[in-house]
Design a protein around this ligand. Structure first.
Ligand SMILES: NC(=O)c1ccc[n+]([C@@H]2O[C@H](COP(=O)([O-])OP(=O)(O)OC[C@H]3O[C@@H](n4cnc5c(N)ncnc54)[C@H](O)[C@@H]3O)[C@@H](O)[C@H]2O)c1
Length: 446
């Protein structure tokens, strides 16, 4: 059975009391409030019920997910939460347009989680918040649609999976490529053995993101910057560090190895597996850093090469953050067979090539349907969604291992039985475990 402790010994109630922040404004609709009675305590959403959502992290991908869910008749959005008031306006307006009432608005997500009528949470915050948002949500009895990468480090990923399993919660991760035709067609082709024995997978992204240099300043009044930083190390505020740009700062994100790695490496690992239980490497080595984009505030690598060795099955995987992409898309995944054929897939298409680059025939497979609909169906059926948390945790960890290997300069060894690095190599890196900034602490589930 999973065990859980707050590192500083706080109980959940104490944590909630410490939250202190009050809902900013707004009252829920009579419909939603009416559900605060016995219906609110329901454990399972029945097939005819509406699934009531709360959104943590507005304005960006979280809001885009929310709008996708709002396209389904069996969805209602009750509440939104952000630490920046200005990020919520558009989402509040769209909810009012759709349902004829405003959502309840929160600054502190833990207060939102107290609402018993909310069945499911969308986690759309930056990566450094996912672990706390998700663990607190499943502790509060909510299913989750959680954005990728699942975590900021390996340790968080392990605890998140154990927590969701402990509370028996359905968690779909936003790796929507798992539901998109070109990827599902390509994966069906590989899994059916039509390319032959695969010996090498390559995944890549080009990174030309400039954040410039901006002097530190006081945060704007609309943003609770201390809350925004949350468990991350304190950094002076600058506008080019926050919304959208945080992914280029290792304190908040993991650069392209994690941001896009989790999409493209996911496809490689899925192609090399039979189901959602993905192969994990036995060893990883990498070199990388800032070679091209210099003198700017970002500290994430702009160039990186990682090599993974797998033994079950036997293959090599190469992950690259590149400057160029001659003759290819700026991102993609390739499978290379023992006889030199290549299957290449990217957002928008896939091809099968012989060893000289001549196109070979390919085959389509049935459409698997919407990623977001799949989550709703699984909330009702309690089945595993298509991008189940435990599975995308495996991909996310592989992404962290690229950064950890490059930053430590050590060859890493992975112990798949313990779901942990074997030995000391890499364990001092932020991608393995971060020290949480007080008063935040990572609830540890095992
Ligand atoms: N699946 C995809 O294709 C895809 C695409 C883009 C982004 N993403 C993921 O979505 C997540 C969000 O990315 P984004 O680009 O939309 O980021 P963003 O910075 O644009 O938006 C994040 C929002 O979360 C808010 N926030 C931060 N801490 C918070 C907290 N503790 N409580 C409430 N709100 C908080 C911020 O103020 C901001 O409004 C990331 O994990 C990212 O990797 C996924």
């Amino acid at each position: 059975m999973a065990k859980r402790t707050h590192d500083d010994g706080m109980t959940r109630r104490e944590l909630l009391e410490r939250a202190g922040a009050v809902a900013l404004a707004g009252a829920a609709s009579p419909l939603l409030r009416a559900m605060d009675g016995p219906a609110a305590r329901r454990k399972v959403v029945s097939p005819n019920d509406k699934i009531v959502f709360g959104l943590i992290g507005c304005g960006g991908m979280g809001a885009s997910n929310m709008r996708n869910f709002m396209g389904f008749d069996d969805v209602e959005v009750a509440a939104v939460c952000d630490v920046d008031e200005n990020r919520m306006t558009g989402d509040i307006n769209d909810i009012e347009k759709k349902y004829g009432r405003k959502p309840e608005v929160f600054r502190d997500y833990r207060k939102m989680l107290e609402r018993k009528d909310i069945d499911a949470i969308i986690v759309g915050t930056p990566d450094h918040w996912h672990a706390l948002n998700l663990i607190h949500a499943v502790e509060a009895g909510k299913d989750c649609y959680c954005e990728k990468p699942i975590s900021h480090d390996v340790t968080e990923a392990r605890s998140m999976v154990a927590a969701a399993q402990h509370y028996k919660k359905v968690v779909q991760v936003g790796t929507w490529q798992r539901s998109t035709k070109e990827f599902t067609d390509a994966l069906a082709f590989i899994r059916a053995g039509k390319l032959g024995k695969i010996v090498l997978c390559r995944a890549w992204i080009t990174d030309n993101a400039h954040v410039g240099h901006v002097a530190a300043s006081d945060p704007p009044k609309n943003l609770d910057y201390d809350f925004w930083m949350g468990p991350a190390k304190t950094m002076p505020y600058a506008p080019n560090h926050v919304h959208g740009n945080w992914r280029w700062f290792m304190n908040y994100g993991g650069g392209m190895s994690v941001d896009w790695g989790v999409h493209m490496i996911d496809i490689a690992l899925l192609g090399m597996s039979k189901d959602q239980n993905l192969p994990m490497p036995v060893s990883v080595s990498a070199v990388g850093g800032q070679y091209a984009i210099l003198g700017e505030d970002r500290d994430a690598p702009d160039s990186l090469e990682a090599v993974y060795k797998f033994t079950d099955p036997d293959f090599i995987m190469q992950w690259s953050i590149l400057r160029d992409h001659p003759g290819k898309e700026g991102h993609g995944t390739e499978f290379v067979s023992a006889d030199g054929k290549t299957l290449r897939v990217w957002r928008g298409g896939w091809v099968v090539l012989d060893a000289d680059g001549k196109q070979l025939p390919k085959e389509e497979s049935p459409d698997v349907g919407s990623h977001w609909r799949n989550f709703l169906d699984c909330v009702k059926s309690r089945e595993k969604p298509r991008a189940d948390l435990a599975s995308v945790a495996q991909t996310t960890i592989c992404c962290h291992l690229a950064n950890i290997a490059a930053m430590s300069g050590e060859m890493l060894h992975w112990d798949n039985d313990k779901m942990d690095l074997a030995g000391r190599a890499g364990k001092n890196e932020i991608g393995y475990r971060r020290d949480y900034r007080k008063p935040w602490s990572l609830p540890m589930y095992r």
